[in-house]
Design a protein. Structure first.
Length: 660
């Protein structure tokens, strides 16, 4: 068999056998959680999983440095998990060695594998140990001290080896789940546009988003997502207040002046607790230097926050996404239009975003971010402003091209997960892609949101609620994770918590039509009809078509069906001008009690339509047909659970509410 040089990593869960004997279900649950955290981290560092060893992994790397960086990132992620989660921690030992291996039958063999397996037990729980062979490759390339362990024989290894411990930041404080070891949290506020031409607003907004993206490449930081920081555009709030509202330790703020190809970018990093400047800099450069400025800002920010950069992180933030500045400007304009569309269901902004993304791609077909941005935008509006059949082929093409040009794009892996989730109904592949997106960018609230969404569809509510909380922590002013968190509480049978979650959201984020609709749904299901009706007034707020649909459905659940009947009559007469998914129409017929029409629409949609039934099958709207054999057959065909965690509550007219 051919031999090759490889870096070999073994991982091992500390105390798994003993914990399984004491609490088998809990130990197995933590083992699965560990696998979900660890496995997606191999590929970003060039690792190839050889096999699972039951409570650990054997992984091969081409580079000792990449293997070491991967091991450090694994322990960092588990340290974060243990600091956040109550109960038993998840602790790994990791050992790495370099040597010749032979491959056969899907496994690898040789002394290198044996040595790596003997290095693992020398690691402290939550730690990483390296053989002297690995030390020789990485000792001047990793940003952590390497401490030589006392000499000792390795069982079954004839040749003597020195072994080194990687001194991780948290290990100095007494272990990988020591208190006070949370990562620095930073918010990049919208840069002010002070250009002579106000049309350059898009450039300031786009540069803000790009700085967020670049800083997110640094795994030692947690970066607040754009949806939350956009709320502070033009704000006069003090930095301390912003830090408190976002849970951020530091704020990066500044301004942009663009005149032709000349740029002046002024930025400053401020400590939100002391209001002191950590650093400030003004850059007078040409437009072609914009990517170098972004990289320098990221490196200086990391340095000011005492975050050591891995070589792979430094390489990532210095990489230029495109050499074509026209493509870059079109991409920034497209991202701005996409944000408007997401917030308003605005078909005009949707069309503008698609047009600009495609123009950017024509300017530079190798621009991965433009392909990924187009795919994520299309999947975000699927079933809302565009039917799936108009979205999926183009999104699939865009994702493939994004990954071809940048296999380590978190945005592209998140989009690929959405394709598997929404288009292919492949729950297993979707989960793997979302985990990969999170591994590539732990600060991605989008990846965590969609992963949580998938987990809720599969009724894995404990896991989905944890991911929604993680998304909210990264993007505290983004309403969508909070909506879905409340929905998960409701469909998992915890309506009191669902109602409290929406009420808190309204208090924190302000009154909104979305919040009122969700709370009215919950009140209607609970029989609190008068409160539900009050939330649905005044009618002028519900002039937009989708909101009118929601209002009509909620009123229908409490027996006030006039508006719902009028809406359905418009549909049957072909007079509804705006798109609504067939599954949503099926839900309206189900509320009216027209079971056959509802089931016909669901079956027809599954055969040739959007196939978005996974999104709503747990909805209260379908309780009137939930036990029907045709309904259950649809669930089985999509490999979805056929029972609910909450009680089934068929709707009925309630005599306490007079008609009107």
């Amino acid at each position: 068999m051919p031999r090759r040089l490889a870096a070999i990593m073994f991982t091992d869960v500390v105390g798994f056998t003993a914990s399984a004997q004491a609490d088998e279900a809990g130990a197995l649950s933590r083992l699965r959680e560990q696998e979900g955290i660890v496995r997606p981290l191999f590929l970003p560092f060039g690792g190839r999983e050889i096999k699972s060893t039951g409570d650990g992994f054997l992984v091969e790397f081409e580079s000792a440095l990449k293997a070491t960086e991967c091991a450090v990132e694994i322990q960092r992620r588990l340290q974060e998990r243990n600091a956040r989660e109550p109960g038993a921690p998840i602790l790994l030992r990791i050992g790495i060695h370099v040597g010749d291996v032979e491959e056969g039958g899907g496994d690898i063999f040789g002394d290198a594998v044996n040595v790596a397996s003997r290095v693992v037990p020398l690691s402290e729980p939550g730690g990483v140990c390296l053989s002297s062979h690995v030390y020789a490759h990485v000792h001047n390339k990793v940003p952590y001290p390497l401490e030589k362990l006392p000499a000792q024989a390795l069982k079954g290894v004839r040749e003597g080896f020195d072994v080194y411990r990687v001194v991780l930041p948290w290990s100095k404080a007494g272990g990988p789940h020591a208190a006070g070891s949370s990562l620095p949290r930073i918010a990049v506020l919208p840069l002010a546009n002070i250009s002579p031409d106000r049309e350059n607003e898009y450039f300031a907004d786009g540069l803000t988003e790009e700085l967020i993206t670049v800083l997110s490449q640094i795994r030692g930081l947690r970066v607040i997502s754009r949806t939350s920081v956009n709320q502070y555009k033009g704000t006069t709030k003090p930095v301390a207040q912003i830090g408190s509202e976002l849970g951020a330790d530091s704020v990066l703020e500044g301004s942009v002046r663009k005149a032709g190809d000349q740029l002046r970018i002024a930025v400053q990093l401020i400590d939100t607790k002391t209001d002191e400047h950590r650093w400030a800099q003004t850059y007078d450069r040409k437009l072609e230097n914009v990517f170098a400025i972004q990289a320098e800002v990221a490196e200086r920010t990391a340095g000011a926050l005492k975050v050591e950069l891995l070589r792979s992180e430094r390489d990532a933030i210095q990489e230029e996404p495109t050499a074509n500045l026209r493509a870059y400007e079109l991409y920034l304009r497209a991202a701005q239009a996409a944000r408007r569309s997401e917030l308003s269901f605005d078909a005009k902004s949707d069309a503008e975003a698609v047009r600009l993304f495609e123009q950017s791609i024509r300017e530079d077909p190798q621009f991965s971010s433009a392909h990924a941005g187009l795919a994520n935008h299309l999947l975000g509006v699927m079933g809302v402003t565009r039917p799936a059949k108009d979205v999926i082929p183009r999104a699939r093409e865009a994702v493939a091209k994004a990954l071809e040009r940048n296999p380590n794009s978190s945005t592209a892996h998140t989009a690929l997960g959405n394709l598997a989730f929404q288009a292919d109904l492949d729950w297993t592949r979707a989960e793997a892609e979302f985990q990969q997106g999170i591994a590539l960018n732990p600060s991605s609230s989008d990846a965590r949101f969609w992963y949580a969404y998938l987990l809720g569809v599969l009724q894995r509510f404990t896991e989905s609620i944890r991911q929604y909380h993680a998304a909210i922590e990264l993007d505290p002013l983004w309403p969508l994770p909070q909506f879905n968190l409340a929905a998960d509480y409701s469909i998992s049978g915890n309506m009191a918590t669902a109602i409290a979650t929406v009420q808190e959201m309204i208090r924190n984020l302000g009154d909104s039509i979305g919040g009122r609709i969700l709370l009215a749904w919950f009140y209607a299901v609970e029989g609190r009809d008068t409160e539900a009706i009050k939330l649905l007034e005044p009618k002028s707020d519900f002039s937009q078509f989708r909101f009118r649909v929601f209002r009509s459905a909620i009123l229908g659940t409490i027996g006030r069906v006039e508006e719902l009947q009028a809406l359905v009559s418009e549909f049957e007469a072909g007079k509804t001008a705006e798109y609504l998914s067939p599954v949503d129409w099926a839900g309206l017929y189900a509320v009216l009690g027209n079971k056959e029409k509802a089931l016909d629409l669901l079956e027809e949609d599954y055969r040739v339509g959007d196939r978005t039934f996974w999104n709503t099958y747990q909805d209260f709207r379908f309780d009137t047909i939930r036990e029907d054999p045709r309904f259950l057959s649809l669930l089985r065909s999509m490999n979805l659970p056929t029972t609910l965690k909450r009680p089934v509550q068929p709707f009925r007219a309630r005599s306490s509410i007079p008609p009107g």
